[in-house]
Design a protein around this ligand. Structure first.
Ligand SMILES: NC(=O)c1ccc[n+]([C@@H]2O[C@H](COP(=O)([O-])OP(=O)(O)OC[C@H]3O[C@@H](n4cnc5c(N)ncnc54)[C@H](OP(=O)(O)O)[C@@H]3O)[C@@H](O)[C@H]2O)c1
Length: 262
């Protein structure tokens, strides 16, 4: 498929790599603006990726367009461009209301928003999307689970959940550091923690059937170390706090989306 990507920042870099690696042989045009990233992508995928300063020329040659611009400048930038009715527009942007986006890219009407994370390049990155998009499924669904979301408010909740990643990784880093301080080889602590949690979670089927609840039950042998630690951490109010902080992030996202936003 002919694909245009507007914006060549951190997320575009990973998306373009994912699209260029696809066996479907897509043709991808990107904006030159970030000279370092656009040059890197062209050099890495010379048969797949071309770059241009001319956003309109990129659009004119594209069937599907990923918009990876900073939310603050996106609508003004898009309003200055001419879209076609048959184009699909896929936004990766936080805080841009779909109605505003749809108005800016009209007459294109196949417009959706998704949340790619940098590991989309490697695959297995969940892609919540509102509304559901056959084009997104076609382009990235082969290697990443696509999760249709009913409305914009719910998509904002996925953004908030994604915003919890660093704090969860912070918890793993705490465990690593604690273990490393007790070993001759601190690298063994890092290897152990990543393999322990990564390996364990990978064994859980991703079918939505409360596999986390099942894991908690499996790990929670009464009197065992895991049950002991879980009870102690729960008693501190830690998990209630996590839930409260997710509420706070969600409210912040809804405020950014403005009146009538998600
Ligand atoms: N990073 C992530 O993990 C992530 C994940 C999901 C979604 N997103 C969303 O994706 C969007 C981009 O995020 P990012 O992290 O990739 O940001 P970024 O690294 O700052 O990249 C933004 C890109 O847009 C370009 N740009 C800035 N102003 C422009 C303008 N007026 N006209 C044309 N191009 C312009 C930038 O060019 P310069 O480099 O020259 O400034 C850069 O290429 C954001 O809306 C963000 O919410 C990001």
């Amino acid at each position: 498929m002919d694909i245009g990507v507007l914006g060549t920042g951190r997320i575009a870099r990973r998306l373009v790599a994912a699209l260029a690696e696809s066996p479907d042989g897509h043709s991808i045009r990107i904006t030159r603006r970030n000279a370092e990233i656009s040059a890197e992508l062209v050099a890495r995928y010379p048969a797949r990726v071309g770059r241009s300063d001319d956003m309109q020329a990129i659009l004119d040659a594209s069937r599907a367009v990923f918009v990876c611009l900073p939310g603050e400048v996106a609508l003004d930038t898009l309003r200055g461009l001419t879209f076609r009715a048959e184009q699909t527009v896929i936004s990766t942007m936080m805080g841009v209301r779909r109605d505003d986006l749809a108005a800016a890219v009209a007459p294109a009407h196949d417009v959706c928003a998704t949340i790619p994370l940098p590991f989309v390049e490697q695959g297995h990155c969940p892609l919540p999307v509102h509304p559901d998009s056959g084009v997104l499924r076609h382009l990235l669904g082969g290697t990443n689970p696509v999760i249709p979301v009913a409305d914009e408010a719910r998509l904002s909740a996925f953004w908030a959940a994604a915003g919890s990643m660093a704090s969860v990784v912070g918890e793993l880093a705490t465990i690593r550091d604690w273990l490393a301080a007790r070993l001759d080889d601190p690298r063994a602590a890092e290897r152990y923690v990543l393999a322990l949690f990564g390996g364990y979670l990978q064994t859980r089927p991703q079918d939505g059937d409360d596999r986390l609840g099942e894991a908690l039950a499996d790990l929670g042998t009464p009197g065992g170390l895991n049950a002991d630690m879980l009870d102690a951490v729960r008693a501190t109010g830690h998990y209630d706090r996590v839930s409260d902080e997710l509420d706070r992030l969600h409210a912040r996202l809804r405020k950014d989306e403005g009146p009538g936003g998600a």
